[in-house]
Each structure stands twice: as C-alpha cells, then as structure tokens.
Design a protein around this ligand. Sequence first.
Ligand code: SAM
Ligand code: SF4
Length: 343
Amino acid sequence: MSAFALRHDWTREEIRAIHDTPALELVYRAATIHRAHHDPQEVQVCRLISIKTGGCPEDCGYCAQSAHYATGIAAQPLMGKEEVLAIARRAKANGVSRVCMGAAWRNARDDAQFEAVLDMVRSVNALGVEVCCTLGMLTETQARRLEEAGLYAYNHNLDTSREYYGQVTTTRAYDDRLATLANVRKTGVTLCAGGILGLGESVDDRVSLLHTLATLQPHPESVPVNILTRVPGTPLANQDDVSLWETLRVIATARIVMPRSAIRLSAGRTQLSEEAQALCFLAGANSIFSSDAKMMLTQASPTNDYDEDARLLATLGLRPRTPFKAEPGGPASGASLAVATLL
Ligand code: SAM
Ligand code: SF4
C-alpha cells in the first residue's frame, strides 16, 4: 500500500510508535506528508464568535462557560444577527475564510433560538465564507436543517480519550459525542472534531483520542488541537503546562494518520512563541483562529489578533487560504507518488 493511501484501520500501537518517533524525524515525516496533500504555503484563518456565552448546564472541567463553576462569566443571551454579521464582515476583510459560531449549550433545541441560529447561518453564508457551528449535541433532523441553511462544518470535539473522558466531563458520555458526529455525517456538512492537551491525560490517552479520530471513516475534515487554557474556578485550573514538544508530537501524529484533514492549532496558541508556531506549521498544522482584538476564544482564552497573525504569516511566507477550496494532492496525485518513495 502507498504510504499516502488514506487509512482508517490504524492500530493504537502504530499510532503510539509514530507519536514516539524521534522528534525531528517525526516532524520531517509529517512535513513530507503535509506537502503531498496540502499547499504548504496556505493556512486557513478562522474566526470564532461566541454567539451564546456562559450558563452551560454541562460540567466540562476545563470550561469557563460551565454553570457548575464560579469562573466570573455570567450567562448572556443569544447575540443578535446584526452583531454577528458585523464581526463576520470584519473577519472576511481580514482574510478569514471560516466563521465558527459557538453556543454554550448542552444541545441544540427545536426552539426560537435554534431558528435564530439558522437565520445567522444563512446570513453569514451569504457573505461568501465557510460557516461552522458548535452548538453541543445535535439530532439528525437538526443537522439537516443546518445543512439546508448552508452550514459548511460542524464542530464537536471529543476532547480526550474514551478512557479519560469521565475525569473531564460527567454530564454526558463519550458515546453521546460520537452519536452527534454520526448525525452530522448523515448530511453533507463537514466535520470538525479534535481534543485538548493538558487535561491531565497520559500519552496513551492522546494516542487513544487520535485512534478514535483516525479510525472514523471518513476522517473529520478538520481536527482542532487545543492546548488547555487554565480557567480559575474550574477543576482543571491547576494542571501542568503542556510543552511545545508534546504539542508538536500530537500535531505531527495527527497529520500523519489523517493526512487530508486540516489540523487546527486552536485554543492556547497565544502561549506559543512565533518560532513554536512555525514548527507547528512545519509539522502539518494548517489552520488557526484569529480575532479582531485580544478577544476571547471561549470567553477564557485570549486569541491572537488579525494584525499580528498577518505579520507572522508574512514572515513565514504563508498566505491565508480562500474559502471553499478543495485541497490539492491526494493518494493518486503525482506529488503524492513522488514523495511516497521518500518514506
Ligand atoms: N458547547 C459546545 C460544545 O461543548 O461542543 C460548544 C462550545 S465549546 C466552548 C467548544 C470547544 O472549545 C470545546 O469542545 C473544547 O474543546 C474547547 N474549549 C473550551 N474551553 C477550553 C479551554 N479552557 N481550553 C482549551 N479548550 C477549550
Ligand atoms: Fe458547555 Fe461546551 Fe463548555 Fe462543555 S465545553 S461546559 S458543553 S460550553
């Protein structure tokens, strides 16, 4: 089998062996695979808008928006469409090709607020950017309605391994998350699903999460790698730092086992130096979140701003990816076959 064939039958042992490869060899392998499947000069810039902040009934141990913890974030009403549109227009003007609307909900409900979100999806889609939502659990019918409204992607992170999940969240089960991913897969909406580093998980947990994602068929089109933003008041406020080398190993392993997916360097990027981010891009990260001020990614995570990101991309000779762009390369392409012999 070509080293570039998409695989969905990875074993944990194979993924662990990739993860544990000597660091520079691992980055080299990931960079080689990245070049076979993606334009290495392109990075997708995304903008997250928290359309409904705080007061969430779930108890995710990392989250500033959970009503279970005193984090100082009060529940706010659903943002109005005009405010969302104004942020989305500024985002597009700054090179953003995907706008992600997040709600601190356990699940979407069949109510007026969901209708309002559908209206936002239609309106933001009309601006000509990819629209993503992250609204908690979804039924198949809700996923279809979002698809009809023009939704491009749905984010629903697994966060960690099945084995460790109960240490992080107790108000829902891992299978609930997988059921929502399956409901979205019944539609034409693409999937964005990843995890968080720094929750106190072991390397085996990271491998297990990557195994779950890499054995989904098809792979999620987008895989966020979040680094925990420690939120005072939450149970995970005192976790240890995640080193760059740990982050790099997870990004590179994700790139190798899910070669066509966008690997999104998400929450926690502000903790990384420009040199560290450059290494992450080399190892296959090709998507970031950016914002028009030092605003909040999850109302707890500071986000890098458009200007500093534009400077960083320019320094590295990278350019923002345009919306709705199919990726070049793939198992059958000439580029893939040429580098397959290197591996
Ligand atoms: N309520 C929805 C859900 O949980 O799917 C959507 C909103 S939630 C804020 C989106 C994602 O942000 C979570 O799945 C989690 O992976 C990430 N996230 C939230 N708080 C974080 C933190 N403090 N550090 C890192 N990632 C975080
Ligand atoms: Fe709620 Fe999502 Fe935060 Fe969990 S991660 S508490 S579901 S907003």
